[in-house]
Design a protein around this ligand. Structure first.
Ligand SMILES: [Zn+2]
Length: 73
């Protein structure tokens, strides 16, 4: 039985840090949020994450939010 191991690996991937190469699916700006859905992942910049969060977050398996980086000094 390796169900637990598989789940752990998926969780690690869903929570992996975003990089400058990750781009918003809506506008192409740098992504700060990754929504891991049942059928794949969506990337959002801070602007589009805020716009779509209310609708998308309840549907996401993992809502990985790094927008706090933007407000760090
Ligand atoms: Zn965007």
């Amino acid at each position: 039985m390796n169900d637990t191991q598989t789940a752990t690996l998926e969780a690690d991937e869903a929570n992996a840090p975003l990089t400058a190469l990750d781009r918003c699916d809506s506008c192409g700006a740098q992504a700060y949020v990754r929504a891991t859905m049942e059928r794949g992942t969506l990337l959002f910049c801070a602007h589009h994450a805020a716009k779509h969060r209310e609708a998308m977050q309840p549907l996401a398996l993992v809502w990985h939010d790094e927008t706090a980086k933007l407000t760090e000094a």
